[in-house]
Design a protein around this ligand. Structure first.
Ligand SMILES: Cc1ncc(COP(=O)(O)O)c(C=O)c1O
Length: 456
């Protein structure tokens, strides 16, 4: 065992050290070599060492260098070394973190991490919280709590009676809501298409004064951090209107919620603590391993009402918080350990510095690209930069060339009718030099694509 795990650690370190010098996207040969995995189920096992070797020799080259410093494709960070180390240790612990009495160590760490998160993100200290797989499931959990609360207020117990015959709920989403919110609404029986879509401005922010009249059971889904522009809805103003009508306000803050942790950005989400529920990710800007999302709900009882289970064989009586009272899963890994580790290692100041640094790097991208004659489509307020290189065809050609070149990787999007390259800066490992190298690669690709792509 010692030899095998030592070999795995050695291979993992070699892999991470290779990321700076290899192309960000896997090359075609590495992807073709994956066929080595396509063998019939072995009748006799190949053994541990040979299995690990094959995994590394064929698997490692076929990965996208998401853990590296120049992957800007989605709003996802890398993995802080301390959180990878914590992940290894917690993996060895193998704790099924559903019940405090059974796994007190990891359940306790989650409890502490939750308290720290609420403090760091400036959310109400009484919130209940769930450590889930990602912001998609965090949205689902928070909206399940919302569904419970607005229907309970109307005298309907949705968990026992279901939705058939229930008072209708008005659901208002942003015209720019993330698809995971729509998916959550569909799963919860609230309908992807029966929602009211609130109008937004050119940055994707809800126009609060254009919200419809709020009457009866109402859930409003707002957003902190638009996946394209990084901009945030006027959540404080929306909460003021909602409060008067008794409506529930949910915030999808998959990455934008972290603005609250950085004093210079906190203004973007000022007043966000007036909402009722929030979803975010730790595997994005906090740079912990996948999968790690977080749901927070002001009235913890509503989340518990939606999620808790009991059974004769489960020791649910407990002196501490039972994680499974707040999540869809019963059995799950101890993902809060990595959150605790990141927060313990970085501290409040370290998280603020990480957020500030990556926002400054997004600004650096925008300034240098603009200076090279490239069009920037958004107000760069956070870590997102939207770039167009002329029309759809030109922009697509530049993005394809950048991805093939391998210095950096950024993806394609369509923002309010314009095809654009989306650059998201969220990785702890990205340096200013990485930004400069990436800008040079993008500008080269733009110049090669023709004069309309980069005017300078
Ligand atoms: C605003 C927003 N909400 C939700 C999600 C979904 O997050 P996850 O992929 O962690 O489920 C994302 C992902 O980028 C996002 O940006």
């Amino acid at each position: 065992m010692r030899e095998l795990l030592g070999d795995a650690a050695e291979r993992a370190m070699r892999y991470l050290e290779s990321l700076d010098s290899r192309p960000v996207a896997p090359c075609a040969d590495a992807v073709a070599a994956l066929q080595a995995f396509d063998v019939p189920l072995p009748e006799r096992g190949a053994g541990d060492a040979a299995t690990l070797r094959l995994l590394d020799e064929i698997g490692s080259p076929a990965t996208m260098a998401m853990a590296g410093p120049r992957f800007f494709g989605f709003v996802i960070g890398g993995t802080l070394p301390v959180t990878l180390a914590a992940n290894w240790l917690a993996g060895a612990w193998d704790q099924n973190t559903g019940l405090y009495r059974v796994t007190p160590g990891t359940a306790h760490l989650e409890q502490v991490a939750l308290r720290w998160l609420l403090d760091l993100l400036r959310l109400p200290p009484e919130c209940g919280g769930a450590f889930v797989t990602g912001a998609t499931v965090a949205n689902l959990c928070a909206l399940a709590a919302a569904r419970h609360a607005v229907l309970a207020h109307a005298g309907w117990e949705v968990e026992s009676r279901g939705l058939f015959g229930a008072p209708p709920i008005t659901v208002i989403v942003s015209a720019e809501s993330h698809p995971s919110v729509m998916k959550s609404l569909g799963v919860l029986g609230l309908g992807r298409d029966r929602v009211i879509k609130a109008a937004v401005d050119r940055q994707g922010r809800i126009l609060a004064d254009r919200l419809p009249e709020l009457r009866g059971p109402v859930i409003i889904c707002t957003q902190a951090g638009n996946v394209n522009t990084g901009n945030c809805d006027p959540i404080a103003e929306i909460c003021r209107r909602a409060r008067r009508a008794g409506a529930w306000v949910h915030v999808d803050g998959a990455f934008g919620l972290w603005a609250a942790a950085a004093p210079a950005r906190a203004g973007l989400v000022a007043g966000i603590d007036a909402a009722d529920s929030w979803a975010t990710d730790a595997h994005k800007w906090l740079n912990v391993p996948y999968d790690c999302g977080l749901a927070f709900v002001r009235d913890a009882r509503t989340l518990q009402a939606a999620m808790a289970i009991t059974a004769e064989y489960l020791p649910t009586q407990s002196e501490g918080r039972n994680p499974s009272d707040f999540t869809p899963e019963l059995s799950r890994r101890a993902r809060g350990v990595e959150v605790w580790s990141a927060l313990h290692a970085l501290g409040r100041a370290g998280v603020a510095e990480l957020i500030e640094r990556t926002c400054a790097q997004a600004r650096r991208f925008a300034d240098q690209l603009a200076a090279a004659g490239v069009e920037i489509l958004n107000d760069v307020v956070l870590n997102q930069v939207l770039v167009a290189f002329g029309d759809e065809q030109q922009t697509t050609r530049v993005i394809d060339a950048v991805q093939a070149d391998g210095i950096c990787w950024a993806g394609i999007t369509v923002w309010q009718g314009r095809t654009a390259m989306r650059i998201s800066v969220s990785c702890w490992a990205t340096t200013d030099a990485d930004v400069d190298r990436s800008v040079a690669a993008i500008v080269n690709a733009a110049r090669a694509a023709g004069p309309a792509a980069a005017r300078a």
